[in-house]
Design a protein around this ligand. Sequence first.
Ligand code: NAD
Ligand code: ZN
Ligand code: ZN
Length: 339
Amino acid sequence: MKAAVVRELGAPLIIEERPDPEPEPGQVRIRLEASGLCHTDIHAARGDWPVKPSPPFIPGHEGVGIVEALGDPVEHLTVGQRVAVPWLGRACGRCEHCLSGWETLCEQQINTGYANDGGYAEKMLAWADFAQVVPDGISPRDAAPLTCAGVTTYKALKVADVRPSQLVAISGVGGLGHLALQYAKIAGATVAAIDVTDAKLELARELGADILIDARKEDPAARLQEYGGAHAAIALAVNEQAFAAAYGGLRRGGKLVLVAMPAEGTIELPIFPTVLNGISVIGSIVGTRQDLAEVFQLHAAGRTRVISEVRELESVNESFDDVLSGAVDARIVFEFAHA
Ligand code: NAD
Ligand code: ZN
Ligand code: ZN
Protein backbone atom coordinates (compact mmCIF):
# COMPACT_ATOMS: atom_id res chain seq x y z
CA MET A 1 0.00 0.00 0.00
CA LYS A 2 0.99 3.61 -0.57
CA ALA A 3 1.37 5.85 2.49
CA ALA A 4 2.59 9.35 3.36
CA VAL A 5 5.02 8.92 6.24
CA VAL A 6 6.55 11.31 8.74
CA ARG A 7 10.14 10.04 9.05
CA GLU A 8 11.42 13.04 10.98
CA LEU A 9 9.48 15.75 12.83
CA GLY A 10 9.57 18.99 10.86
CA ALA A 11 10.78 17.33 7.63
CA PRO A 12 8.63 16.84 4.51
CA LEU A 13 6.52 13.66 4.46
CA ILE A 14 7.73 10.83 2.26
CA ILE A 15 5.49 8.74 0.01
CA GLU A 16 6.35 5.10 0.60
CA GLU A 17 5.22 1.64 -0.41
CA ARG A 18 4.42 -0.48 2.65
CA PRO A 19 2.98 -3.94 3.26
CA ASP A 20 -0.72 -4.03 4.09
CA PRO A 21 -1.12 -4.05 7.90
CA GLU A 22 -2.66 -7.14 9.53
CA PRO A 23 -5.51 -6.53 11.98
CA GLU A 24 -4.92 -7.54 15.61
CA PRO A 25 -7.79 -8.95 17.67
CA GLY A 26 -10.58 -6.35 17.85
CA GLN A 27 -9.27 -4.44 14.83
CA VAL A 28 -10.38 -4.15 11.23
CA ARG A 29 -8.42 -3.27 8.10
CA ILE A 30 -9.92 -0.53 5.98
CA ARG A 31 -9.35 0.23 2.31
CA LEU A 32 -9.48 4.01 2.35
CA GLU A 33 -11.57 5.97 -0.10
CA ALA A 34 -11.03 9.46 1.31
CA SER A 35 -8.92 11.06 4.01
CA GLY A 36 -9.18 14.64 5.26
CA LEU A 37 -6.28 16.92 6.09
CA CYS A 38 -6.83 18.42 9.55
CA HIS A 39 -4.55 21.22 10.74
CA THR A 40 -3.70 18.86 13.64
CA ASP A 41 -1.83 16.66 11.12
CA ILE A 42 0.48 19.60 10.45
CA HIS A 43 1.06 20.09 14.20
CA ALA A 44 1.76 16.32 14.43
CA ALA A 45 4.24 16.23 11.54
CA ARG A 46 6.11 19.22 12.94
CA GLY A 47 6.09 18.01 16.53
CA ASP A 48 4.42 21.25 17.60
CA TRP A 49 2.94 20.05 20.88
CA PRO A 50 4.45 19.07 24.25
CA VAL A 51 3.46 15.41 23.80
CA LYS A 52 5.17 14.48 20.53
CA PRO A 53 4.47 11.57 18.19
CA SER A 54 7.36 9.17 17.46
CA PRO A 55 8.42 8.85 13.82
CA PRO A 56 8.03 6.99 11.63
CA PHE A 57 4.27 7.38 11.65
CA ILE A 58 1.40 7.93 9.21
CA PRO A 59 -0.76 10.96 10.09
CA GLY A 60 -4.47 11.40 9.42
CA HIS A 61 -7.59 11.07 11.56
CA GLU A 62 -10.33 11.73 9.03
CA GLY A 63 -10.03 8.41 7.17
CA VAL A 64 -13.12 6.93 5.52
CA GLY A 65 -13.23 3.63 3.68
CA ILE A 66 -14.45 0.08 3.34
CA VAL A 67 -13.81 -2.69 5.86
CA GLU A 68 -11.86 -5.41 4.05
CA ALA A 69 -10.52 -7.67 6.82
CA LEU A 70 -11.58 -8.46 10.38
CA GLY A 71 -9.29 -9.35 13.25
CA ASP A 72 -10.84 -12.01 15.46
CA PRO A 73 -13.17 -11.37 17.37
CA VAL A 74 -15.04 -8.57 15.59
CA GLU A 75 -18.74 -9.20 15.51
CA HIS A 76 -20.53 -5.96 14.81
CA LEU A 77 -18.75 -4.90 11.62
CA THR A 78 -18.75 -6.82 8.37
CA VAL A 79 -16.52 -6.78 5.32
CA GLY A 80 -17.86 -4.22 2.84
CA GLN A 81 -19.19 -1.71 5.38
CA ARG A 82 -18.12 1.94 5.13
CA VAL A 83 -16.58 3.34 8.30
CA ALA A 84 -14.78 6.47 9.49
CA VAL A 85 -11.75 6.46 11.79
CA PRO A 86 -11.55 9.50 14.08
CA TRP A 87 -8.84 10.91 16.36
CA LEU A 88 -10.22 8.87 19.27
CA GLY A 89 -8.83 5.58 17.98
CA ARG A 90 -9.51 3.77 21.22
CA ALA A 91 -10.40 4.45 24.85
CA CYS A 92 -10.39 2.06 27.81
CA GLY A 93 -14.14 1.93 28.39
CA ARG A 94 -13.68 1.45 32.14
CA CYS A 95 -12.35 4.66 33.66
CA GLU A 96 -14.29 7.49 35.28
CA HIS A 97 -14.21 9.48 32.04
CA CYS A 98 -15.29 6.65 29.77
CA LEU A 99 -18.09 5.67 32.13
CA SER A 100 -19.40 9.20 32.52
CA GLY A 101 -19.74 9.92 28.80
CA TRP A 102 -16.35 11.63 28.49
CA GLU A 103 -14.36 8.96 26.65
CA THR A 104 -12.51 11.83 24.92
CA LEU A 105 -10.76 12.47 28.26
CA CYS A 106 -9.70 8.83 28.82
CA GLU A 107 -6.05 8.69 29.90
CA GLN A 108 -5.58 5.35 28.15
CA GLN A 109 -6.79 6.66 24.78
CA ILE A 110 -4.86 6.02 21.59
CA ASN A 111 -5.00 8.76 18.98
CA THR A 112 -5.21 7.96 15.31
CA GLY A 113 -2.44 9.36 13.13
CA TYR A 114 -0.44 10.32 16.22
CA ALA A 115 0.20 7.32 18.47
CA ASN A 116 -1.08 4.94 15.81
CA ASP A 117 -0.80 4.99 12.02
CA GLY A 118 -3.57 7.03 10.43
CA GLY A 119 -5.40 7.70 7.22
CA TYR A 120 -2.73 9.14 4.90
CA ALA A 121 -2.49 5.72 3.30
CA GLU A 122 -4.39 3.38 1.01
CA LYS A 123 -5.10 1.11 3.98
CA MET A 124 -5.22 1.45 7.73
CA LEU A 125 -6.17 -0.43 10.86
CA ALA A 126 -8.83 0.68 13.33
CA TRP A 127 -10.31 -0.69 16.52
CA ALA A 128 -13.73 -1.90 15.50
CA ASP A 129 -15.44 -0.43 18.56
CA PHE A 130 -14.26 3.07 17.61
CA ALA A 131 -14.70 2.85 13.83
CA GLN A 132 -17.90 4.74 13.10
CA VAL A 133 -20.29 3.34 10.53
CA VAL A 134 -20.99 5.98 7.86
CA PRO A 135 -24.70 6.10 7.03
CA ASP A 136 -25.82 5.53 3.43
CA GLY A 137 -26.17 8.75 1.50
CA ILE A 138 -23.00 10.39 2.84
CA SER A 139 -20.13 10.38 0.34
CA PRO A 140 -16.65 9.47 1.57
CA ARG A 141 -15.54 12.97 0.52
CA ASP A 142 -18.08 14.56 2.87
CA ALA A 143 -17.73 11.98 5.64
CA ALA A 144 -13.98 12.60 5.97
CA PRO A 145 -14.08 16.24 7.21
CA LEU A 146 -17.07 15.43 9.42
CA THR A 147 -14.93 12.83 11.20
CA CYS A 148 -12.81 15.47 12.92
CA ALA A 149 -13.75 19.02 11.85
CA GLY A 150 -17.43 18.14 12.18
CA VAL A 151 -17.46 16.24 15.45
CA THR A 152 -15.03 18.65 17.13
CA THR A 153 -17.06 21.77 16.39
CA TYR A 154 -20.39 20.07 17.02
CA LYS A 155 -19.06 19.20 20.48
CA ALA A 156 -17.69 22.73 21.02
CA LEU A 157 -21.16 24.13 20.37
CA LYS A 158 -22.62 21.58 22.78
CA VAL A 159 -20.26 22.53 25.61
CA ALA A 160 -21.03 26.20 24.95
CA ASP A 161 -24.69 25.30 25.48
CA VAL A 162 -25.79 27.66 22.71
CA ARG A 163 -29.42 28.83 22.62
CA PRO A 164 -31.44 30.29 19.74
CA SER A 165 -31.43 33.86 21.08
CA GLN A 166 -27.66 34.02 21.43
CA LEU A 167 -24.77 35.56 19.53
CA VAL A 168 -21.97 33.10 18.75
CA ALA A 169 -18.56 34.15 17.43
CA ILE A 170 -16.70 31.71 15.21
CA SER A 171 -13.04 32.71 15.21
CA GLY A 172 -11.45 31.12 12.10
CA VAL A 173 -13.60 29.85 9.22
CA GLY A 174 -11.30 27.05 8.05
CA GLY A 175 -11.85 23.31 8.09
CA LEU A 176 -13.36 23.40 11.57
CA GLY A 177 -14.89 26.87 11.41
CA HIS A 178 -17.01 26.36 8.30
CA LEU A 179 -18.80 23.53 10.09
CA ALA A 180 -18.90 25.31 13.48
CA LEU A 181 -20.74 28.15 11.78
CA GLN A 182 -23.37 25.74 10.46
CA TYR A 183 -23.87 24.00 13.81
CA ALA A 184 -24.33 27.40 15.46
CA LYS A 185 -26.98 28.26 12.85
CA ILE A 186 -28.68 24.91 13.40
CA ALA A 187 -28.77 25.74 17.13
CA GLY A 188 -30.61 28.89 16.10
CA ALA A 189 -27.93 31.39 17.08
CA THR A 190 -26.92 34.61 15.37
CA VAL A 191 -23.42 34.01 14.06
CA ALA A 192 -20.45 36.36 13.76
CA ALA A 193 -17.68 34.86 11.60
CA ILE A 194 -14.11 36.11 11.98
CA ASP A 195 -11.27 35.39 9.55
CA VAL A 196 -8.34 37.01 7.78
CA THR A 197 -8.86 36.02 4.14
CA ASP A 198 -11.44 37.35 1.68
CA ALA A 199 -12.26 33.84 0.48
CA LYS A 200 -13.05 32.57 3.98
CA LEU A 201 -15.21 35.58 4.76
CA GLU A 202 -17.07 35.08 1.50
CA LEU A 203 -17.54 31.40 2.38
CA ALA A 204 -18.89 32.40 5.79
CA ARG A 205 -21.40 34.72 4.10
CA GLU A 206 -22.52 31.90 1.77
CA LEU A 207 -22.96 29.57 4.72
CA GLY A 208 -25.26 32.03 6.46
CA ALA A 209 -23.08 34.06 8.82
CA ASP A 210 -24.99 37.12 10.04
CA ILE A 211 -21.97 39.28 10.85
CA LEU A 212 -18.61 39.16 9.04
CA ILE A 213 -15.48 40.41 10.80
CA ASP A 214 -12.19 40.84 8.95
CA ALA A 215 -9.55 40.61 11.70
CA ARG A 216 -6.96 42.23 9.37
CA LYS A 217 -8.94 45.46 9.27
CA GLU A 218 -10.97 45.66 12.45
CA ASP A 219 -10.73 44.60 16.08
CA PRO A 220 -13.02 41.57 16.48
CA ALA A 221 -13.52 42.28 20.21
CA ALA A 222 -14.74 45.83 19.54
CA ARG A 223 -17.01 44.68 16.70
CA LEU A 224 -18.58 41.97 18.88
CA GLN A 225 -19.11 44.47 21.69
CA GLU A 226 -21.12 46.65 19.29
CA TYR A 227 -23.70 43.86 19.46
CA GLY A 228 -23.47 43.60 23.23
CA GLY A 229 -20.80 40.89 23.10
CA ALA A 230 -20.95 37.22 22.21
CA HIS A 231 -22.61 34.65 24.47
CA ALA A 232 -20.03 32.18 23.21
CA ALA A 233 -16.84 32.43 21.17
CA ILE A 234 -15.37 29.33 19.58
CA ALA A 235 -11.59 29.77 19.12
CA LEU A 236 -10.56 27.88 16.00
CA ALA A 237 -7.89 30.16 14.51
CA VAL A 238 -4.30 28.98 14.88
CA ASN A 239 -3.18 32.38 16.11
CA GLU A 240 -2.46 33.58 19.62
CA GLN A 241 -3.99 37.05 19.16
CA ALA A 242 -7.23 35.53 17.96
CA PHE A 243 -7.80 33.99 21.41
CA ALA A 244 -7.45 37.34 23.13
CA ALA A 245 -9.80 38.93 20.60
CA ALA A 246 -12.39 36.20 21.18
CA TYR A 247 -12.13 36.67 24.94
CA GLY A 248 -12.50 40.43 24.57
CA GLY A 249 -15.62 39.98 22.46
CA LEU A 250 -17.59 38.13 25.14
CA ARG A 251 -20.54 39.59 27.01
CA ARG A 252 -21.13 39.04 30.73
CA GLY A 253 -21.71 35.36 31.40
CA GLY A 254 -19.99 34.53 28.10
CA LYS A 255 -18.12 31.34 27.32
CA LEU A 256 -14.81 31.08 25.52
CA VAL A 257 -14.34 27.60 24.03
CA LEU A 258 -10.70 26.82 23.21
CA VAL A 259 -10.30 24.40 20.33
CA ALA A 260 -7.32 25.48 18.20
CA MET A 261 -3.90 24.47 19.51
CA PRO A 262 -1.12 26.68 18.17
CA ALA A 263 2.39 25.36 18.80
CA GLU A 264 2.91 27.96 21.45
CA GLY A 265 0.61 30.33 23.12
CA THR A 266 -0.90 31.42 26.34
CA ILE A 267 -4.00 33.38 26.90
CA GLU A 268 -3.95 36.08 29.51
CA LEU A 269 -6.87 35.77 31.87
CA PRO A 270 -7.26 39.02 33.80
CA ILE A 271 -8.78 37.92 37.09
CA PHE A 272 -10.97 40.90 37.94
CA PRO A 273 -13.05 41.10 34.72
CA THR A 274 -13.19 37.31 34.40
CA VAL A 275 -14.70 37.06 37.88
CA LEU A 276 -16.85 40.16 37.67
CA ASN A 277 -18.25 39.21 34.27
CA GLY A 278 -18.77 35.55 35.14
CA ILE A 279 -16.72 34.35 32.16
CA SER A 280 -16.17 30.63 31.50
CA VAL A 281 -13.14 29.34 29.64
CA ILE A 282 -13.59 25.78 28.40
CA GLY A 283 -11.10 23.50 26.66
CA SER A 284 -12.83 21.22 24.17
CA ILE A 285 -11.23 18.15 22.61
CA VAL A 286 -12.87 16.36 19.64
CA GLY A 287 -16.13 14.54 20.47
CA THR A 288 -17.42 11.12 21.45
CA ARG A 289 -18.67 8.33 19.21
CA GLN A 290 -22.21 9.47 19.97
CA ASP A 291 -21.34 13.04 18.93
CA LEU A 292 -19.97 11.73 15.64
CA ALA A 293 -23.11 9.64 15.09
CA GLU A 294 -25.17 12.83 15.54
CA VAL A 295 -22.92 14.73 13.12
CA PHE A 296 -23.44 12.06 10.46
CA GLN A 297 -27.17 12.03 11.16
CA LEU A 298 -27.43 15.80 10.60
CA HIS A 299 -25.46 15.54 7.37
CA ALA A 300 -27.51 12.61 6.09
CA ALA A 301 -30.61 14.73 6.77
CA GLY A 302 -29.18 17.46 4.50
CA ARG A 303 -28.64 19.97 7.31
CA THR A 304 -24.91 20.61 6.72
CA ARG A 305 -22.64 21.29 3.75
CA VAL A 306 -19.03 20.16 3.66
CA ILE A 307 -16.76 22.39 1.60
CA SER A 308 -13.68 20.56 0.38
CA GLU A 309 -11.20 20.25 -2.44
CA VAL A 310 -9.96 16.87 -3.60
CA ARG A 311 -6.26 16.18 -4.02
CA GLU A 312 -3.93 13.23 -4.42
CA LEU A 313 -1.91 11.99 -1.47
CA GLU A 314 1.30 12.82 -3.38
CA SER A 315 0.48 16.52 -2.93
CA VAL A 316 0.65 16.22 0.87
CA ASN A 317 3.60 18.57 1.46
CA GLU A 318 2.28 21.25 -0.88
CA SER A 319 -1.15 20.78 0.71
CA PHE A 320 0.29 21.48 4.18
CA ASP A 321 1.77 24.73 2.83
CA ASP A 322 -1.56 25.73 1.31
CA VAL A 323 -3.43 25.12 4.59
CA LEU A 324 -0.84 27.19 6.44
CA SER A 325 -1.28 30.09 4.02
CA GLY A 326 -5.07 29.77 4.14
CA ALA A 327 -5.26 29.05 0.40
CA VAL A 328 -7.72 26.13 0.46
CA ASP A 329 -11.48 25.71 0.20
CA ALA A 330 -12.07 24.92 3.90
CA ARG A 331 -10.81 21.30 3.82
CA ILE A 332 -8.45 19.27 1.64
CA VAL A 333 -9.54 15.67 1.14
CA PHE A 334 -7.18 13.08 -0.34
CA GLU A 335 -9.02 10.57 -2.48
CA PHE A 336 -7.61 7.18 -3.41
CA ALA A 337 -7.63 5.89 -6.97
CA HIS A 338 -8.37 2.25 -6.04
CA ALA A 339 -11.66 3.30 -4.45
P1 NAD B 1 -7.53 25.67 9.27
O1 NAD B 1 -6.16 26.09 8.95
O2 NAD B 1 -8.35 24.98 8.23
O3 NAD B 1 -8.42 26.92 9.79
C1 NAD B 1 -7.91 28.00 10.51
C2 NAD B 1 -8.63 29.26 10.04
O4 NAD B 1 -8.26 30.35 10.88
C3 NAD B 1 -8.29 29.67 8.61
O5 NAD B 1 -9.48 29.90 7.88
C4 NAD B 1 -7.48 30.95 8.80
O6 NAD B 1 -7.64 31.85 7.71
C5 NAD B 1 -8.10 31.50 10.08
N1 NAD B 1 -7.28 32.48 10.79
C6 NAD B 1 -5.94 32.60 10.85
N2 NAD B 1 -5.59 33.65 11.63
C7 NAD B 1 -6.74 34.19 12.09
C8 NAD B 1 -7.04 35.28 12.94
N3 NAD B 1 -6.08 36.04 13.49
N4 NAD B 1 -8.34 35.53 13.23
C9 NAD B 1 -9.32 34.80 12.68
N5 NAD B 1 -9.09 33.74 11.85
C10 NAD B 1 -7.82 33.47 11.56
O7 NAD B 1 -7.40 24.73 10.56
P2 NAD B 1 -8.43 23.64 11.15
O8 NAD B 1 -8.17 22.31 10.53
O9 NAD B 1 -9.78 24.21 11.13
O10 NAD B 1 -7.88 23.52 12.66
C11 NAD B 1 -7.85 24.64 13.52
C12 NAD B 1 -7.13 24.33 14.81
O11 NAD B 1 -7.93 23.45 15.58
C13 NAD B 1 -5.76 23.65 14.69
O12 NAD B 1 -4.89 24.17 15.68
C14 NAD B 1 -6.06 22.21 15.00
O13 NAD B 1 -4.97 21.49 15.50
C15 NAD B 1 -7.12 22.39 16.05
N6 NAD B 1 -8.00 21.23 16.26
C16 NAD B 1 -8.40 21.00 17.53
C17 NAD B 1 -9.25 19.96 17.79
C18 NAD B 1 -9.74 19.73 19.19
O14 NAD B 1 -10.32 18.69 19.43
N7 NAD B 1 -9.55 20.66 20.11
C19 NAD B 1 -9.69 19.13 16.75
C20 NAD B 1 -9.27 19.41 15.45
C21 NAD B 1 -8.42 20.47 15.21
ZN1 ZN C 1 -8.51 16.91 13.51
ZN1 ZN D 1 -11.14 5.38 29.79
